[in-house]
Design a binder for this molecule. Structure first.
Ligand SMILES: [Mn+2]
Length: 322
């Protein structure tokens, strides 16, 4: 599959972009490809990388200061490469640049990818776009900067080798990358586990105020707007609370809701085995996966929780869990 990178040798101008609200795999794959092309293409080749603003803690890979956060020139790129984006609209502000390029390449690992480019390289069994890129690169051309970027994407999309998308191959690639000197302990702590003081305070509060329902099979916690304002926190500061609720012993379903407006709540659900939370979320107009789903609901907090519990209890009963 190396022919994909062969295409780039002739290009004089190359654009690269990842998806909106960039995560570890998006940033990792974009930075890895950017550095790889910079190192291996002629000096005069123009390479521009477009991404929305990235979280500070994901700026560990050198060169993130070179990222362009808006596209407002008339440049038509010879080739534009989309990374980690399942559809063209996921490119956000960079979609225009992509669409008017002479040639387009789409490199991704989402099973739902719509193959929207001229050349599509989608490996849906790969853990991450970084894993897909590793296979396209020549190993001896991967320096510590590129290795760090690829490693970032792999740990973030696998939940540090925990999710079921982790394969023997993923581990082998990670092994090759750490042999190049990636500071992996520090990276895992600082980019994955690190929380701000406020995030930890909110997590602590939500755990303290959580309640067990449905005979201890379901755990519920919530946070209201007033509390978010008190801590001067945003919804991003609530990431991970649902995951901590889920690993409570004996729990089948964890529910975390936070108030977005008067009588409007954003709901996150996680399941451990017997309940399909995607079905519950879909009933209320949301979506997701069997074990991780979400939706937005209207009403009082009491009504929102009760309406969710009716559906969860129904599934628990029908699955012989009563
Ligand atoms: Mn990804």
């Amino acid at each position: 599959m190396r022919y994909i990178l062969e295409e780039l040798k002739e290009a004089k101008t190359i654009g690269i972009a990842g998806h909106v609200r960039p995560d570890g795999d998006c940033i990792g794959s974009c930075m890895a490809l950017y550095h790889y092309l910079k190192n291996n293409l002629p000096d005069e080749t123009i390479i521009d990388l477009y991404l929305e603003t990235i979280p500070d803690k994901l700026s560990v890979v050198p060169g993130t200061d070179l990222i362009k956060h808006e596209f407002h020139n008339e440049r038509q790129y010879d080739i534009f490469i989309s990374l980690d984006s399942s559809s063209i609209d996921r490119l956000g502000f960079a979609m225009d640049a992509f669409q008017k390029s002479v040639n387009t390449i789409n490199i991704d690992h989402h099973i739902s990818n719509t193959n929207f480019a001229k050349i599509n390289h989608v490996v849906d069994y790969a853990s991450s776009t970084c894993e897909v890129l590793y296979d396209l690169f020549e190993d001896d051309k991967i320096d510590i900067t590129i290795a760090t970027a690829l490693y970032l994407g792999i740990i973030h999309d696998t939940g540090v080798f925990k999710h079921s998308n982790t394969t023997e191959k993923t581990m082998n690639i990670a092994g090759k990358l750490i042999s190049k000197g990636v500071p992996f302990s520090r990276m895992i702590d600082e980019t994955f586990y690190l929380k701000s003081y406020v995030q930890n305070q909110l997590l602590g509060r939500c755990l303290l105020e959580s309640i067990l329902v449905l005979g201890g099979k379901c755990i519920v916690s919530s946070i209201n707007k007033k509390m978010l304002e008190f801590y001067d926190a945003s919804s991003g500061d609530l990431d991970g609370i649902i995951d901590q609720l889920r690993v409570t012993d004996g729990i089948e379903v964890a529910i975390f809701v936070y108030e977005t407006n008067f009588h409007e709540y954003k709901v996150s659900m996680r399941a451990n085995g017997f309940v399909d939370v995607r079905k519950v979320a879909a009933y209320f107009g949301g979506g997701g996966h069997i074990k991780a789903a979400g939706c937005t609901m209207q009403g009082s907090l009491h009504d929102v929780i009760n309406n969710l519990l009716i559906h969860i209890e129904h599934q628990l009963t029908n699955n012989g869990m009563e």
